[in-house]
Design a binder for this molecule. Structure first.
Ligand SMILES: [Mn+2]
Length: 350
C-alpha cells in the first residue's frame, strides 16, 4: 500500500507581500499543490494524508471548490485530512459545510476519530484544531485499536502552544505511521515511521533548506518512507565576506555570481560580514534590486586605524576610549568599534 503525506501547504499565503514577485509566489503555492495532485493522478497511491494547515487561514468556499475539483481527479486515492492551527475549525467553517467528493474524508472533530479505508487496508486516526492553540499534550496518550490492518495517525503540532509531545511516547504508541504537520522543515522524529513532511513550499524567509513531501509504502506492518523535494524555490541566506579593499562594484559582482550559482529563481537574504573600509558605505538599495532579495543587511565593522585615530584625537574622549579598549578581547574590540563609529559620527555633526 502506497501513500503520500503532505502538510502545511498554506494555500492562500503570500509570504513575500510587498516584493515584486509576491503575486507569482502566491500563485505558485497553489500550483505546487496542483502539480502534486497531477503526480498522484499518475502514481495512484491508495492514500493522500494531509496533516493540517492545508490553508493559511479560514478557507473560502470557492477555494474549497478548487481543492475538491483537484481531489476529484484522483478518484483512486483516498484523501484524509485534519485542520491545523491556521485553518482551525470554526463553527461556520466551510470545511464542515462543503459537499466533498466521496474520496475525501475530513477528520474535523475536536475529539479523536478513526476511519477505515478498505482500499488501503488502513485505519486513519486524527482530530482537528478548533482554536489557534492547544497546549495539552494530547498525542502522548493515544493508542491504536486492535483491528487488523495498518493504523495511521494524522497529527499537527509539536511546540509548546500546539500540542507538545514526547518523542518516546509517540514512538511507543504503536501506530504504524504517524504523519506529522506544523513544523515547516522536513524532519524525522523516529525512523521511517514518525515524520514531519515539512511544508510543500517554503513560506517564510526563515524556512531555509529543501521542501517537499513524504512518499511511503506499508507492507504488512512495515513502513518505508522517503522525503521527496518538490518546492519551486528555496529561501537562501547569502553571507558575503568583505574586506577593507572591497568596492561596491566588486561586491555586486560577487553577489551576482553567488545568486547565479544557487539558481536565480530562489529567494535570497544577503548579509555582509567582515571588516570594511571606514570610508565605505555599501549601497544596500542597489543590492536589494539585484534579484529576488528579501533582505540586505550590512553587519560589517569599520576597519579603523587605531594608532592614527589615537594620535589625531589626542586629549579627547576618543583617544582615551581607544586606549581603554584597544588591547581587549574580541568582545571589547567589537564594543570599541561600535563606540568609535558612534563617537566619530557625533563628531561630524558638531
Ligand atoms: Mn501549523
Amino acid at each position: 500500500m502506497e501513500f503520500i503525506h503532505i502538510a502545511d501547504v498554506h494555500l492562500g499565503a503570500s509570504p513575500d507581500a510587498g516584493f515584486p514577485w509576491n503575486e507569482e509566489r502566491t500563485r505558485e503555492i497553489w500550483d505546487s499543490f496542483g502539480r502534486l495532485i497531477a503526480l498522484i493522478r499518475r502514481e495512484r497511491p491508495a492514500l493522500l494524508l494531509i496533516a493540517g494547515d492545508l490553508f493559511h487561514r479560514q478557507p473560502l468556499r470557492r477555494e474549497l471548490k478548487e481543492v475538491n475539483y483537484l481531489f476529484s481527479t484522483i478518484p483512486d486515492t483516498q484523501v484524509v485530512m485534519i485542520a491545523g492551527n491556521h485553518d482551525y475549525i470554526r463553527p461556520d467553517s466551510w470545511y464542515l459545510k462543503y459537499p466533498w467528493g466521496k474520496n475525501v474524508i475530513g477528520l474535523w472533530g475536536e475529539q479523536m476519530e478513526k476511519v477505515h479505508v478498505p482500499q488501503a487496508d488502513a485505519w486513519i486516526y486524527g482530530f482537528s484544531y478548533h482554536s489557534r492553540e492547544i497546549k495539552e499534550a494530547r498525542y502522548d496518550s493515544l493508542f491504536p485499536g486492535r483491528e487488523m490492518g495498518n493504523h495511521i495517525l494524522l497529527a499537527h503540532g509539536g511546540d509548546e502552544q500546539h500540542i507538545p509531545f514526547h518523542r518516546e511516547k509517540l514512538t511507543a504508541s504503536g501506530f504504524d505511521y504517524i504523519a506529522l504537520g506544523h513544523i515547516h522543515r522536513p524532519g524525522i522524529v523516529a525512523g521511517d515511521h514518525i515524520r514531519y513532511s515539512g511544508a510543500l513550499e517554503p513560506l517564510d524567509r526563515n524556512d531555509i533548506g529543501v521542501h517537499g513531501f513524504v512518499r511511503g509504502r506499508l507492507e504488512g506492518r512495515k513502513v518505508t518512507t522517503q522525503f521527496v523535494p518538490w518546492a519551486c524555490r528555496s529561501y537562501i541566506p547569502l553571507e558575503i565576506q568583505v574586506t577593507p579593499e572591497t568596492a561596491q562594484f566588486f561586491l555586486e559582482e560577487e553577489i551576482e555570481n553567488r545568486i547565479k550559482e544557487a539558481g536565480k529563481g530562489n529567494i535570497f537574504s544577503v548579509k555582509l560580514k567582515g571588516l570594511r573600509d571606514p570610508q565605505t558605505v555599501f549601497d544596500l538599495g542597489r543590492i536589494r534590486r539585484m534579484g529576488n532579495i528579501v533582505d540586505a543587511a550590512d553587519e560589517t565593522s569599520p576597519d579603523y586605524d587605531l594608532e592614527l585615530l589615537e594620535e589625531q584625537y589626542e586629549g579627547s574622549l576618543i583617544a582615551s576610549f581607544i586606549r581603554r579598549f584597544k588591547d581587549g578581547d574580541s568582545l571589547e574590540k567589537k564594543a570599541l568599534n561600535y563606540g568609535l563609529e558612534a563617537l566619530l559620527e557625533a563628531k561630524k555633526h558638531l
